[in-house]
Design a protein around this ligand. Structure first.
Ligand code: DP6
Length: 336
């Protein structure tokens, strides 16, 4: 029985994934583009064990909820069928996220699980195949296999819907200032159900889907040119367009709280003072601000003072996900 541990970082979409064209294969309706974040990592250990009658999942030191275990089991079934393994697995996963942040962990979680589970089952998949597999667990997880800026392709077939890294001179320079709104209270609508509901009922969903390819092209051009001033406005507009489509759903999907809007206003004010700052928002009330290493501390200081903002973290771009042997690291000879 081999236990394998993998580490993956979460990512924040600069051009959002919001809508699927195939729920069973978890195929996105459009491409997306993200930045992997060093400050938000997940470590997951997987061991297939013939002594187990069911998969077990421990999340941050406690048994996972029944629906989370079911989702992990569905994912492990894909790995078992690829590897020809028939035994159940023990999964231990730990999020190194800022305490009580309420940040989503499915991207880093399924990326780390894809690597740890395939290795533990004796498979050695190439990064692209890991990305395709991670997508089956969660669409955004396909991007967390890679570091820095990452492009997800909608693809025609399942084998074409993978992510890959995008080189940019901005990778070293950019930072994300993550402002936690509302202290990690559980979110009202999970992204999976909310995007499906938006696709089915929002009169603005079509307009959102039409806009995504244009935003992807503009973001890719800005990344290639290393032009943050061109990148930032598209990032802000894309996030607001995604939320506009969700807000127009019936009944509406509205993630924002008063402090969310307060952060948006402060960011706009800072920008008018010459600070590089563009906000983005996922399926929750928190705001992440795209900026530079030089401007990040100023933004963080301003946001910390706002009512309703409970924590602020600065993150640089994260590394690609990888597997390692914690026992070997612990076993390294010490100084004495
Ligand atoms: C708003 O990847 O969580 O964060 O594929 O159903 O698991 P599933 O969805 P998920 O959706 C992420 C939505 C988002 C935007 C993004 O990360 O691109």
């Amino acid at each position: 029985m081999v236990a394998v541990t993998a580490r993956a970082c979460a990512n924040i979409a600069l051009v959002k994934y919001w809508g699927k064209r195939d729920a069973a294969l978890n195929l996105p309706a459009a491409g997306s583009l993200s930045l992997t974040l060093a400050a938000l990592a997940t470590e997951t250990t997987v061991a297939f064990d013939p002594a187990l009658s069911d998969d077990t999942v421990e999340l941050d030191g406690a048994p996972a909820r029944r629906e989370d275990v079911a989702r992990v089991t569905r994912f492990l079934d894909l790995v078992r069928s690829q590897a020809g393994v028939h035994v159940r697995a023990r999964v231990v996963t730990r999020n190194e996220f800022p305490t009580a942040s309420g940040l989503a962990s499915s991207a880093s979680g399924f990326a780390a699980l894809a690597i740890a589970a395939t290795r533990a089952a004796g498979l050695h998949l190439a990064p692209r195949d890991l990305s395709i597999l991670a997508r089956r667990g969660s669409g955004s997880a396909a991007r967390s296999i890679f570091g820095g800026f990452v492009r997800m392709h909608a693809g025609g077939t399942s084998a074409e819907a993978f992510a890959e890294p995008v080189a940019s001179p901005l990778a070293e320079r950019v930072r994300m200032v993550i402002a936690i709104v509302g202290g990690g209270t559980p979110k009202l609508h999970g992204s999976r159900d909310a995007m499906e509901h938006t696709a089915k009922t929002s009169p603005l969903y079509r307009g959102w889907l039409d806009q995504v390819p244009r935003d992807l092209a503009a973001v890719e051009a800005a990344l290639a040119a290393g032009d943050l001033d061109a990148l930032g406005p598209i990032v802000e507009a894309n996030a607001l367009a995604m939320h506009a489509s969700a807000i127009a759903a019936r009944p509406p999907v509205l993630y924002w709280r008063p402090a969310t809007l307060a952060v948006l206003a402060v960011v706009r004010g800072l920008r008018e003072c010459g600070i590089a700052a563009w906000p983005t928002i996922d399926a929750g009330p928190h705001v992440k601000v795209l900026t530079t290493a030089e401007d990040a501390p100023t933004i963080a200081m301003q946001l910390r003072n706002l009512d309703g903002v409970t924590a602020v973290t600065i993150s640089a771009a994260g590394e690609p996900a990888y597997a390692f042997d914690p026992a070997r690291i612990v076993a390294l000879p010490g100084p004495s």
